[in-house]
Design a protein around this ligand. Structure first.
Ligand SMILES: Cc1cc2nc3c(=O)[nH]c(=O)nc-3n(C[C@H](O)[C@H](O)[C@H](O)COP(=O)(O)OP(=O)(O)OC[C@H]3O[C@@H](n4cnc5c(N)ncnc54)[C@H](O)[C@@H]3O)c2cc1C
Length: 494
């Protein structure tokens, strides 16, 4: 939907200076459209810094947006040539910081608390599209307190990610009784174990979740245990088989991820941790000596994981929709992703390897000029990759510039395998659902997208038009929970 001409002189407001928000800024700069990037953190890439100690699986060329690279090249910047994927911290230092400097227009410490329409509440329709969008922004005031201002914009590109909204421990999606009270024991999905050695050394930590976030944390704890006697690891997963987390090992084209899975498998097989499968938490309770216990069931039988000093809940993330509560949204009721996009990213039918190319038409909201992009656009689905986000914002900005031909020409090209989760034989787990829980379901027609008119776009991993081997995908796929059961910031990636 093209925003109304009456607001054309206003800037496009981008929420969030993560990889995708900054890529959006690069495209806006390239197209000569005025913009401002509002970043809640004190520095760009605030969420990526939160997992800065974690190595990504994606080589540099799939993280760096091509237009951003072109703008950066003019400053003498060169994309790192190492085949080793960067850590989060390296991504910030070598890409996001120089990019923010090159594109300008980033307001740090500027938290968007609400988006609305100038003078129009959500219920009012007539003349709505002619009014500017308004962002309410909270920043630190000069006296040390907070200052709230409003910013008018012709369009809003929400690239605020999901990192700040981790899923709770409770399998039902709600915190279990006692979970909030145990906040002092909660260490997040991906604690920096090496940097907080004293918190974990000689102590017992429970890691909950079956994704790469959990794997990273378990391996960091195991390394610590090697030099800190008494360090104990308990790993609880909802499913009955951890092998999906092990991935493709040597068969994984992304060596870092293959190695992660291989090391985790070795750790489990060596007895270096206690693995509890089929686990569902029902309560957290004090357990004496300053420890807590997570009480629940394992395969339906009572289970009590006691004596815990720390709990790492790696059960996934969800989007912050509060900030968008006064604008008109059309989201999938389950995944909380834009309705058109949801079936294309649903972990029940896709890994990131089979997510088809998609663009502005899939991301726009009924609120004219509002787009949800990046990690947040996938809602609760864990299948997001930065490459997808780069293509999303290229399409959205082209649409904002009125270049619908470019906006509609969505393309994604990635290696034909190894970008996503792979099973022990090195097959893309996407063919069987991201998380591979048992139970076969039909893949609905809207979950894949053939390219019209023979447009030679390629989708992730499959290398075939439209992003998926349509024939294969229309057969059956193994169903998993919509949180993927992966419990990560990306089933494929974290
Ligand atoms: C541990 C981990 C590893 C990953 N590895 C990979 C990988 O190897 N390859 C890959 O392609 N993807 C990977 N991902 C998935 C995903 O690509 C990253 O999470 C990526 O950072 C998402 O980019 P984004 O710009 O959409 O959001 P984010 O990076 O989360 O950035 C959002 C920004 O918005 C800001 N913000 C939030 N709320 C507000 C607000 N209200 N107002 C203003 N600013 C706000 C935040 O401070 C943040 O800076 C990984 C994710 C995790 C968690």
């Amino acid at each position: 939907m093209t925003p109304p001409a009456a607001t054309d002189e206003l800037p496009v407001a981008v929420i969030g200076a993560g990889p995708v928000g900054l890529a959006a800024a690069a495209h806006l700069r390239d197209r000569g459209l005025p913009f401002v990037v509002l970043e809640a953190g004190p520095a760009v890439g605030a969420s990526v810094r939160g997992w800065g100690h974690v190595r990504t699986f994606t080589p540099w060329q799939y993280l760096v947006d091509p237009t951003a690279e072109r703008l950066l090249a003019a400053t003498g910047w060169q994309r790192p040539t190492t085949p080793v994927p960067p850590t989060g911290a390296e991504l910030v230092e070598h890409y996001l910081e120089p990019l923010a400097h090159a594109v300008g227009g980033v307001r740090l410490g500027a938290r968007v608390t609400a988006v609305t329409r100038d003078g129009y509440d959500k219920a009012r329709t007539v003349g709505r599209a002619e009014r500017p969008l308004v962002l309410r922004v909270t920043e630190r005031g000069t006296g040390g307190g907070e200052r709230t201002t409003e910013l008018r914009a012709r369009a809003v590109v929400d690239a605020s990610g999901t990192w700040t909204r981790p899923n709770p421990l409770g399998a039902s999606g709600l915190p279990v009784p006692g979970e909030r009270e145990a906040a002092a024991h909660m260490v997040g999905a991906l604690p920096d174990v090496a940097a907080q050695r004293e918190r974990f050394a000689g102590r017992r930590t429970l890691v909950v979740g079956a994704g790469h976030s959990a794997a990273n944390t378990l391996l960091a704890l195991a390394e610590l245990a090697g030099s800190a006697p008494g360090t104990e690891l308990v790993w609880a997963i909802r499913g009955s088989d951890p092998s999906r987390v092990y991935g493709g090992g040597d068969a994984d084209e992304l060596a870092a991820r293959g190695a992660l899975g291989t090391r985790l498998r070795a750790l489990v097989e060596s007895g270096g941790l206690r693995l509890v499968t089929g686990f569902a938490a029902t309560e957290v309770e004090p357990d004496g000596d300053g420890t807590v216990a997570v009480v629940g069931t394992a395969h339906g039988r009572p289970e009590r994981l006691g004596g815990l000093h720390a709990i790492a809940v790696a059960t996934g993330f969800r989007p912050d929709l509060d900030v968008l509560s006064e604008v008109r949204l059309d989201l999938d009721p389950g995944l909380e992703a834009p309705r058109r996009l949801a079936p294309l990213v649903d972990p029940a039918f896709h890994s990131c390897g089979t997510v088809p190319p998609h663009g502005h038409r899939d991301l726009e909201q009924p609120e004219p000029g509002l787009y949800v992009v990046g990690m947040k656009s996938y809602g609760r689905a864990p299948t997001f990759l930065v490459t997808t986000g780069n293509e999303q914002v290229r399409s959205v900005v082209a649409a904002l510039a009125g270049d619908l031909a470019a906006a509609d020409d969505v393309q994604l090209v990635l290696p034909e395998s190894g970008v996503c989760s792979t099973d022990a034989q090195g097959r893309d787990a996407g063919a069987g659902g991201c998380c591979g829980a048992p139970g076969a379901v039909e893949v609905p027609a809207e979950a894949h997208r053939p390219r019209p008119d023979g447009v030679p776009a390629q989708g992730f991993a499959t290398g075939v038009a439209g992003g998926g081997a349509v024939g294969a995908l229309t057969l059956v796929a193994a169903r998993s929970g919509t949180d993927g059961g992966c419990g990560t910031g990306g089933c494929c990636t974290s």
